[in-house]
Write a protein that binds this ligand. Structure first.
Ligand code: NAD
Length: 342
């Protein structure tokens, strides 16, 4: 039951969440690469509930079968254990290409593999889109802007990325993935969509990815000191995962072929996050200040004017999103301590 999270279950006799009925002419066959990951699995829930046929392809590097297990056996659902670096021959109408490690410890774990996934993997998926005459959406990132010299960042900004730094495997990997997408669009007339995704949080995010939201929630739930780098005045903005999923689906089905930022422009200082999360969890942890990290960007905030032009905007209030995420982390911690005892 718990694994369904906030998904509504279908009728009494159905073990699956409720799916809409779509006429065959409206029903699409959709490939989600990286569909067992954090964002991918929420996108899969949305597409399945909308009544489409969904094929998830994942090599389970950072994704988990558990994220999509509530669909296994459903007639509209298929799960492929496959590495995107290897070609794939299937028939689909749309491809959401999300396969790529996303957080620094994951993408730095094997930089060469990260590069292969973002380059060869993206070429494979563009090749597939060309062969089946399908539409391709790339999950790009705000990291293409690097350490930005303009605030907030709009899509016209070309970025400021160090091509040989420790983050380059990911940043440059995504930049060339964008380049490849537009090469296929121009030369082969593949319909491409590019979403530049800013920091996202929510249930099923990785607990130990070392980022602010997960760190602070974990520390609070375990009554450990909440560690803030430096004075904590640096700001961050986070979008809730369901807002991102809405944006991805809208963008895929729009006629905007140039890159679009998807993020929440509401900025909070790190210290504010620490206090808000501590209060929501209701813990006794102290906030402690530790030495500032090197290259810790002071600000990053999306300009979402373009996304708003297609009728999108973030809707989930931060507190609500945080409460849902805290609940998920609480259950995960409970389960792992329970498993250890067994
Ligand atoms: P995630 O790590 O949870 O999901 C990535 C998925 O891709 C995982 O299931 C992983 O197993 C799979 N994968 C990795 N390499 C693969 C390969 N070679 N072949 C097949 N599958 C592979 O991360 P996420 O946060 O869900 O990110 C999804 C996408 O969104 C990524 O492309 C990421 O770059 C992008 N993005 C995410 C954020 C964010 O804040 N979460 C921000 C910007 C961009």
């Amino acid at each position: 039951e718990k694994r369904l999270g906030n998904l509504e279950k279908g009728s009494e006799d159905s073990k699956y969440p409720k799916v809409k009925f779509l006429m065959e002419k409206d029903r699409k066959r959709i490939l989600v690469t990286g569909g067992a990951g954090f964002v991918g699995s929420h996108l899969v829930d949305r597409l399945m509930m909308d009544g489409h046929e969904v094929v998830v392809m994942d090599n389970f590097f950072t994704g988990r079968k558990r994220n999509v297990e509530h669909w296994i056996g459903h007639e509209n659902f298929e799960l492929l254990n496959h590495d995107v670096v290897e070609p794939l021959y299937i028939e689909v109408d749309q491809i959401y290409h999300l396969a790529s490690p996303a957080s620094p410890p994951h993408y730095m774990y094997n930089p060469i593999k990260t590069i292969k996934t973002n380059t060869i993997g993206t070429l494979n998926m563009l090749g597939l889109a060309k062969r089946v005459n399908g539409r391709f959406l790339l999950a790009s990132t705000s990291e293409v802007y690097g350490d930005p010299e303009v605030h907030p960042q709009n899509e016209e900004y070309w970025g400021h990325v160090n091509p040989i730094g420790p983050r380059a495997c990911y940043d440059e990997g995504k930049r060339v993935a964008e380049t490849m997408s537009y090469a296929y669009a121009k030369q082969e007339h593949v319909q491409v969509r590019v979403a530049r995704i800013f920091n996202t949080f929510g249930p099923r995010m990785h607990m130990s990815d070392g980022r602010v939201v997960s760190n602070f929630i974990l520390q609070s739930l375990q009554d450990q000191p909440i560690t803030v780098f430096g004075a904590g005045k640096q700001t961050r903005s986070f979008q809730y995962v369901s807002d991102l999923v809405n944006g991805l689906v809208m963008l895929m089905n729009s006629n905007i072929s140039t890159p679009v930022n998807l993020g929440n422009p509401e900025e909070h200082s790190i210290l504010e996050f620490a206090t808000i999360i501590k209060n929501l969890v209701g813990c006794k942890s102290d906030v402690v200040h530790v030495k500032e990290q090197e290259d810790d960007p002071q600000r990053r905030r999306p300009d979402i004017t373009k996304a708003m032009g297609m009728g999108w905007q973030p809707k989930v209030p931060m507190i609500e999103g945080l409460n849902r995420t805290i609940e998920y982390f609480r259950q995960e911690l409970f389960q792992s301590s329970h498993n250890q005892k067994m």
